[in-house]
Every structure is written in structure tokens, then in C-alpha cells.
Design a protein around this ligand. Structure first.
Ligand code: BMA
Length: 329
């Protein structure tokens, strides 16, 4: 492997399948997708756009669960193999002193990021019914301590970096509006304490084709010798609505608002029946990766059609090479 993965642990037991014979795709799907069906809980309408991390030799995660009243919430879950999940039927109840912060209206699209000594969770948080970036931390996926919302509404897709940059915590986000926003750029911000965020920088705007309407960061960026590998979703507006695909870009390690390379084609788009048919058709929405430091194997967790959760696989050196070779810069 020529590309070095930095700051990741070995995850020998992570989910993995070799690229199927005859497949030339850089990213390929798990052959038993979806791994989490919509009705995994008695009260779930759908489970999608969710995040998994290595935890105590196994796996833990935070899951977007829309229930059968169509309330959007986040739930903790555990897994021995990263594929079969036990999701807590009860939503996460955040601990915190200030009900102004903890009494939120809804929670969706979580990401989980291990930094220094704990797992931080970011999600789209309905503050007074307006989407912004909620932030919490946990050590055990049982107790979650909620911090201040990172930004003013309207914002979505808050994605932390797994280490401090320039001495500060760092986060990508996607300022937006109150509805199904028809625009959206990725921005970068820093914070000395996970509470006050500033030094906002513009990272990327929508571009052509599959990402022509809006873009948003997906999983926690992976640090490599070639830059931060950032998977991100992009949206095309078709005559029949939004189509969510995803691809990847490389960002400068110390100035992540500088884009080194950005892939022109998508890496995965909605093509399988479980990606094309569901509550919102034609959505593939990645929120987490597992990356094995030893082999460079990556497992991508992505939501399908706002209904269920699937897995896809790739190798870090192949993705980096493909992004560079097909870069629009
Ligand atoms: C976005 C978010 C995602 C969802 C997508 C497609 O705005 O709400 O949770 O997957 O739309 O509906």
C-alpha cells in the first residue's frame, strides 16, 4: 500500500468482502445489503444515515431511527461484527444542564468521531424546530453528554475531524435553509473548546452533474499521507426530484479548506433496488467509514432511500489514486 493511513487503529475484525470477480468499480457493495432493514425495531419506520465506530474490540454506533409516528431520533447500538446490530429501542436521552439545549425537537443523520479520549456525536439537531448541528460526547454509548449547538440554524452535515488542527477542534458543515435546501457548500470551522466555533472557511461548492445542486460532508475524514480523504454526498436535481450519490476529495492536512483533488465521477450512485425505492427514492448517503490501518481496507456505511442501511467497500490507495487521476482540478 503506497498511501499511508495516519492515526487509525488496526480493525482486523471489520466487515469486509473482496471486490467481486468481473467488477472494476473502485467502490463495491456488500452482497447481502441492506445490513439494517427498516423494521429492525418494532417501532421503526426506517433506519438509515447512521454511524459506526470500532469500540472495545467490537463495534458501536449511533443510528438514525425514524419511528412509526415519523419522529426522527438517534439511538445507540452495538455489534460484534459491524454487520448485525442490536439497536437500543429507546432513543438517546441526552444529559445536560440546560433544557434550552437538551430539549430538541428532532435528531437525524448522526456522525461519530473519536478524538483524544472520547467519542463525539454530531447530528442535525432541531433547535426550536430549526436544523443546526448538535454536539455530544460519550465514553460508553450509554451516557451521552450534550454540549452547545455548534452553529446557528440553518445548518446540516456537521462532520468533525478526528484530531485537532492548528491546535483546535475542527468541523465541516453545510449551511442551509429551513426546507429541502436547493443549494449547499461545504465549510470548515475551528473551535478551541467544542463550544465556540469560528475561523470559518469555504471548502467546496457544488460542481457538475451528480453534484450540481448541493454537497455535504459524509463520514469522518480519513487522514492519509496524501491529505484528508473526505467522502461526500452530492445531489443532482432531476425532473423527478433529488438524486443523492457520493464520491471523494482530498483536503490539505493542515489547511483542510484547501482542496488538493476532487473526483469528477461519483464513486457510488443509487442503482440497486434498495437505493432507488423507499421513503425517498434514489438516495445513497454515507455517514461513516471503518478504516483498517494495516490493510487500508475501508467499509462505508450508507443510508439507502431514507429507509435502510447498507455497506460498501474500497481500498484507501485505490480511492486516493482514482480521485487524483479523475480530479477536476
Ligand atoms: C437530506 C437529509 C437526509 C436525507 C436526504 C434525502 O436533506 O434530510 O437525511 O437522506 O435529504 O431525503
Amino acid at each position: 500500500m503506497s498511501v499511508k493511513v495516519i492515526g487509525q487503529q488496526a480493525i482486523p475484525n471489520m466487515p469486509w468482502q473482496d471486490r467481486p470477480a468481473g467488477c472494476n468499480d473502485v467502490v463495491w457493495r456488500y452482497d447481502a445489503n441492506p445490513i439494517i432493514e427498516r423494521d429492525i425495531l418494532p417501532t421503526s419506520n426506517s433506519v438509515f444515515n447512521s454511524a459506526a465506530v470500532p469500540f472495545e474490540g467490537k463495534f458501536a454506533g449511533v443510528f438514525r431511527v425514524d419511528d412509526t409516528s415519523r419522529q426522527m431520533n438517534i439511538h445507540a447500538g452495538f455489534s460484534d461484527d459491524g454487520i448485525h446490530w442490536n439497536i437500543n429501542p429507546e432513543r438517546i436521552h441526552m444529559l445536560g444542564d440546560d433544557p434550552e439545549v437538551t430539549d430538541f425537537y428532532y435528531a437525524y443523520d448522526p456522525r461519530v468521531c473519536f478524538i483524544e479520549d472520547r467519542y463525539y456525536v454530531t447530528w442535525c439537531n432541531g433547535y426550536k424546530g430549526r436544523p443546526t448541528i448538535g454536539v455530544a460526547y460519550t465514553y460508553d454509548f450509554k451516557e451521552f453528554h450534550q454540549l452547545e449547538n455548534a452553529f446557528l440554524p440553518f445548518n446540516r452535515n456537521g462532520v468533525l475531524f478526528p484530531r485537532k488542527i492548528n491546535g483546535n477542534f475542527a468541523m465541516l458543515s453545510r449551511p442551509s435553509d429551513s426546507g429541502h435546501t436547493p443549494f449547499g457548500d461545504i465549510y470548515y470551522s475551528e473551535s478551541p473548546d467544542m463550544e465556540f466555533w469560528g475561523r470559518h472557511r469555504h471548502v467546496m461548492s457544488p460542481s457538475k452533474g451528480w453534484e450540481s445542486t448541493k454537497i455535504g460532508a459524509g463520514p469522518i475524514p480519513i487522514e492519509t499521507s496524501e491529505g484528508w480523504l473526505m467522502f461526500y454526498h452530492g445531489v443532482l436535481t432531476s425532473c423527478n426530484g433529488f438524486v443523492y450519490s457520493f464520491s471523494a476529495a482530498l483536503l490539505d492536512l493542515e489547511k483542510p479548506w484547501k482542496v488538493i483533488a476532487r473526483c469528477t465521477p461519483y464513486l457510488l450512485s443509487p442503482q440497486k433496488i434498495y437505493e432507488c425505492v423507499g421513503d425517498v427514492p434514489n438516495v445513497t448517503f454515507p455517514c461513516a467509514t471503518l478504516c483498517d490501518a494495516d490493510t487500508g481496507r475501508i467499509a462505508i456505511y450508507y443510508g439507502c432511500a431514507d429507509t435502510c442501511t447498507s455497506l460498501a467497500f474500497c481500498k484507501v490507495d485505490e480511492v486516493v489514486e482514482y480521485v487524483k487521476k479523475n480530479s477536476q482540478f
